[in-house]
Design a protein around this ligand. Sequence first.
Ligand code: FES
Length: 162
Amino acid sequence: MNKAKKITKADLAQMNAIVSEYSQQKWALIPLLQQIQREFGYIPPQSMLLIARGLGLFTSQVQGVISFYTQLYTQPRGRNVVRVCRGTACHVRGGKTILKLVKQHLRIEEGETSPDLEYTLETVACIGVCALAPNLVVGDHVHGHMNPKKVEQLFRNREVRE
Ligand code: FES
């Protein structure tokens, strides 16, 4: 289950300071969103109204851009992003079981982040290394030829071993 970090007054002040750098510059929406995400790890909902007011946009315009770009997140992300491949090659070689086991180890579902913000679990269509199927990626590291034992080794004690 995703748990949004509590936004403090200091966080709001920091958001305001960032937004004020781009005052009334509508063109700057994407760089501003990226900067907010760099600072907070995601785009807190509380920042959207500040951003809209700061740039002279509607909140719906800000939300629309955020929902369009898959690299912009409105929920906190884990320090380790785990992507399990759901592509055909991985699927026929047991990818479904790998995903099920990863979910069990991390105790989260697809699209969720662990409460300790250690892991985010996602699935992808293909990671481009079908010959190593089934695959998963932790951070930037591809783990190929996955099997139940490897999943156990990788997530035992929920420590990442890249
Ligand atoms: S289908 Fe999994 S890497 Fe291509």
